[in-house]
Design a protein around this ligand. Structure first.
Ligand code: F1P
Length: 349
């Protein structure tokens, strides 16, 4: 299969253009209207999604907590349906919910929308395709992203960018908003530099894969592992970086890939975990903003972002390398990343 025939790879590489289109739209929208009737700092936010949109919910929850100083939680849609009093212990009306779905058609998310409506609980929808979900609330953030592929790539990053933009707007954080606007051109250069290196690295033979991250990078590690599973039928796990020492490191050795998303906040503590896994014989991959000598030494593939923006504004750029790794690995295994085994674009029940 030729690379240029693969929608997923095209969509990953198109992210700089798509982000620009989203940022242009976001700059024109009245985002405060999405929370009209609420003081966004006085309510607890619940972010809801399935699959990639659940990991997006987690990343958005961290972003809102950090930027607005509010209490947030993220839950898979099924948790609200099956265990509502665990997911929303104060009752649905006590929270402001954000339902995230690329398609706007996933059954569990639509069922949550119906449940919240029946409880007179307010919610907003974040979507790309819209479909039924956008008709279920007047609070809709719809991003101009059209994806052909089954797996979510540019829709994940664009919806996360949109939710970070909303959080920074509500927080009146002009520095953060400016930082987000610089990301498309930065990613353009990074893709040119690192895409060929990721392709070469993905051709290595590997049996086990684990991606690690802490804080807001934990959901990015989850999404990275999911991309590898979906696009290349390779089993991949995800852990908080320091948790990897507490048992999972038993899998580390030749034939294992350990990928670390290194934070600026925790780098001194996180890098020794990767060094240890390298010593145990694992292949290693690291994504970081600025690499130390120790990280250079223990990384077989090192992606250095060098983004002069706040740490939290870098999240969407951290996920791109797992998106690429998954697709290139699928291709190197003779698979078509556009048609993942057993998977459909939307889960309807
Ligand atoms: C969510 C999702 C995708 C996954 C698969 C099935 O879809 O779980 O993350 O890759 O294709 O659907 P959505 O609710 O965001 O449309």
């Amino acid at each position: 299969m030729q690379q240029h025939d693969v929608h997923t790879l095209r969509e990953i590489h198109a992210q700089p253009r798509v982000w620009n289109e989203c940022l242009n739209l976001l700059g024109k929208l009245d985002l405060n209207a999405l929370v009209s009737g609420f003081d966004p700092r006085q309510v607890e936010w619940v972010f809801v999604g399935c699959g990639t949109s659940f990991y997006l919910a987690q990343a958005a929850a961290s972003s809102l907590s950090s930027l607005l100083g509010v209490s947030t939680r993220a839950v898979p849609a099924s948790e609200i349906l099956l265990f509502p009093s665990l997911a929303m212990p104060n009752g649905p009306g006590a929270y402001f919910s954000v339902l995230i779905s690329r398609s706007g058609h996933t059954s569990e998310v639509l069922q949550v929308a119906s449940f919240l409506t029946s409880q007179n609980a307010q919610f907003m929808a974040v979507t790309c395709d819209g479909q039924e979900l956008e008709g279920m609330t007047s609070r809709v953030l719809k991003l101009p992203v059209v994806e052909e592929s089954t797996v979510m790539t540019s829709s994940f990053t664009s919806m996360l960018l949109g939710l970070q933009y909303l959080a920074a707007t509500l927080a009146k954080d002009e520095v953060f908003l400016y930082a987000l606007r610089t990301l498309p051109s930065s990613l353009e250069g990074l893709l040119q530099r690192y895409s060929p290196q990721v392709e070469e690295f993905a051709a290595n033979s590997l049996e086990d894969v684990a991606f690690l991250g802490q804080g807001p990078l934990y959901p990015i590690a989850c999404e990275t592992a999911l991309k590898v599973m979906e696009s290349s039928s390779t089993y991949a796990q995800y852990f908080h970086t320091l948790e990897f020492r507490h048992g999972p490191k038993s899998i580390a050795g030749p034939g294992t890939l350990v990928g670390a998303l290194i934070s600026e906040t925790g780098s001194d503590i996180e890098i020794p975990v990767l060094t240890e896994m390298k010593q145990l014989g694992a292949a290693t991959m690291a994504v970081t903003n600025t690499a130390s000598a120790a990280l250079r030494q223990c990384s077989d593939l090192l992606i250095e972002l060098n983004l002069p923006v706040p740490e939290l504004a870098r999240l969407v750029v951290y996920v791109v390398w797992g998106q690429l790794f998954g697709s290139y690995r699928g291709l190197s295994k003779g698979l078509n990343p556009d048609t993942p085994k057993n998977l459909s674009r939307v889960v309807t029940i």
